[in-house]
Ligand binder design. Structure first.
Ligand SMILES: [Zn+2]
Length: 150
């Protein structure tokens, strides 16, 4: 019985590992893979685990697997699914962070564009301060805060 469990796990792992590889090289090799992002990969792997779970359920219902083996295999798959789910959430969080940073950068770029640079130019020495300042970075002259009024 242990040998069968081992074989099943090995087979499940083989399918688990091979499926993303196979589908990546799948029928549409001329077209780009639909989703090659880490998130897409995780999702695909999770679907494979669910598929395995379904098969396992089916085999158990058909009486091909002893209850004890069924339970341990099921536990295995569920653990795998949980790990993949956690990894997905992590990846989603990362992607969200990326989006937040991208928005922040875009907002700053836009802000730079709409703010006329002459607002930071020192009226005394003509030094072009790189950021809005109260006092000139070169000579220390107070710079009137025209940008604040906008
Ligand atoms: Zn100055």
């Amino acid at each position: 019985m242990l040998l069968i469990i081992g074989l099943l796990i090995a087979f499940g792992l083989a399918v688990f590992v091979a499926t993303p590889l196979l589908s990546a090289k799948g029928p549409g090799s001329s077209t780009l893979p639909v989703d090659v992002t880490p998130l897409g990969d995780l999702k695909r792997r999770r679907l494979v685990v669910y598929e395995n779970l379904k098969d396992l359920e089916f085999e158990f219902q058909a009486g091909k697997i002893a209850a004890q083996d069924y339970r341990s295999l099921r536990e295995n798959y569920l653990g795998e699914a949980a790990a993949l789910m956690a990894a997905t959430q992590e990846a989603e969080q990362l992607r969200e962070n990326d989006a937040v940073i991208e928005r922040e950068v875009a907002a700053r770029r836009a802000l730079r564009k709409i703010t006329p640079p002459q607002d930071y130019v020192c009226p005394h020495c003509g030094f072009e301060n790189p950021v809005p300042v109260k006092f000139c970075g070169e000579c220390g002259t107070r710079i009137t805060d025209r940008s604040r009024k906008v």
